[in-house]
Design a protein around this ligand. Structure first.
Ligand SMILES: NC(=O)c1ccc[n+]([C@@H]2O[C@H](COP(=O)([O-])OP(=O)(O)OC[C@H]3O[C@@H](n4cnc5c(N)ncnc54)[C@H](O)[C@@H]3O)[C@@H](O)[C@H]2O)c1
Ligand SMILES: [Fe+2]
Length: 372
């Protein structure tokens, strides 16, 4: 694992602005590039503060729902009109839809024609991503996820054409995120780093981003949850989310996300909460295959490594300290669903094939039972 000579390709947006007041530079960038017809894709919270963008003549689709589905995407594409610049303004839900809108605008293609890797057409419009949660890292990535209600699965689309021309990460935008969403999205950022770090596809370059990201989460997530106005903590978490996004590109997640997805698609649990609920159990299940890396993760998050049971208990306590109820049943998951969820999670081969331990369907069911 993690040979120094392993090949890897890393793609970043050509321009990333990070830091307090980074957003103030957007109008000059737009003017310099000559864009005049911006189309903003936002959730309701961010659609209510478009003035922060400092742009004139903005048209906005402001109805992005959390964990968007294909219908929400169709509505956004239908609203696009004659734009020359798509701006994603919100959490991962808005940014993922913005990526898809940007490659679908004026192209007359449906999601089924572009989903999967490297099928999306080249964009005819610009793309800017502005995260307002510190979680998904979608702002620096090439991937977008939407739910297909017909199959209860997340459809992943991935293309270099979905990479932003500009990402603006301004931690001040996350000050208003409520504690529960701060906790959930922060655990998502951490999960991106941990799962990439322990993946069979782990790479020394990405390992460094992953370690930094987990360290930042250990230092700042609880502070950001306890005091949303803590600017340093918000900055630390915005950076952790960015690092997590870097981890997603070439390495991506493994069993944590695979087992979390059915909770989102079936029970509509927010992506971060779903990841938090599964994190301790997957960390414990994987520990025997990647003991050193697991110990580094435990240390960075402030609990002791040890037996899988001790690791599970430490990770549960870490998440619970953020205010999360860590039992699946407390989130409305019926016990009789665990079997079908195990079937669905086991089918997500694009992630599970890279998990350090080969988890068969029954082992996944056991993990769900432990989490229930
Ligand atoms: N593209 C990727 O690589 C990637 C990675 C991980 C997750 N995702 C996807 O991202 C989505 C989840 O994104 P998310 O966790 O950022 O949540 P989200 O975008 O669904 O937002 C969660 C909630 O927070 C609100 N919100 C957003 N910013 C706010 C702010 N500044 N103040 C107050 N409220 C605010 C939103 O309105 C929403 O109700 C899922 O669909 C998931 O599958 C994508
Ligand atoms: Fe995620």
């Amino acid at each position: 694992m993690a040979e120094l000579t392993n090949p890897i390709e890393i793609q970043f947006p050509p321009q990333v602005l990070f830091g307090t007041d980074a957003l103030a530079r957007l109008p000059d960038w737009v003017a310099e590039k000559g864009y005049t017809r911006p189309f903003v894709v936002a959730d309701a919270v961010n659609a209510g503060r478009l003035e922060l963008l400092g742009l004139n003549g903005v048209v906005c689709f402001g109805a992005v729902i959390p964990e968007p589905d294909v219908n929400n995407l169709s509505d956004a594409v239908a609203a696009v009109g004659d734009t020359d610049l798509v701006i994603g303004f919100g959490g991962g839900s808005a940014m993922d839809l913005a990526k898809l809108v940007a490659v679908m605008a004026g192209q007359n293609v449906g999601l089924s024609e572009i989903s999967g890797p490297h099928r999306a057409p080249a964009r005819s419009v610009g793309l800017v991503q502005i995260p307002t949660t510190a979680g998904t890292g979608s702002e620096v990535g090439t991937r977008a996820l939407v739910t297909d209600p017909a199959t209860n699965s997340k459809v992943a689309t991935e293309s270099r054409h979905m990479l932003a021309d500009l990402a603006i990460i301004d931690p001040a935008l996350t000050i208003s995120v409520p504690p529960a969403v701060t906790a959930a999205t922060g655990v998502d950022a951490m999960a991106h780093c941990v799962e990439a770090f322990t993946s069979k596809r782990a790479h020394p370059i990405i390992d460094e981003y992953a370690r930094q990201g987990v360290g930042l989460v250990g230092r700042y997530l609880k502070r950001a949850v306890d005091n949303g106005s803590d600017a340093e903590a918000r900055g630390g978490m915005a950076l952790a989310a960015f690092y997590g996004g870097v981890c997603l590109g070439p390495v991506n997640t493994t069993a944590g996300h695979a087992t979390a997805y059915p909770l989102g698609t079936r029970r509509k649990l927010p992506h971060g909460i779903a990841n938090a609920l599964m994190f301790p159990h997957v960390l414990a299940a994987n520990a025997p295959a990647v003991p050193e890396k697991t110990a580094i993760v435990c240390d960075a998050l402030g609990f002791r490594s040890g037996t899988p049971e001790e690791i599970r208990a430490g990770a549960i306590a870490f998440c619970a300290s953020l205010g999360l109820d860590m039992r699946l049943r407390a989130h409305g998951v019926p016990q009789e669903d665990l079997g079908i969820m195990a079937d669905e999670a086991h089918a997500i081969r694009r992630l599970l094939d890279w998990n350090p331990v080969d988890l068969n369907r029954d082992r996944i069911l056991e993990i769900y039972r432990q989490a229930w």
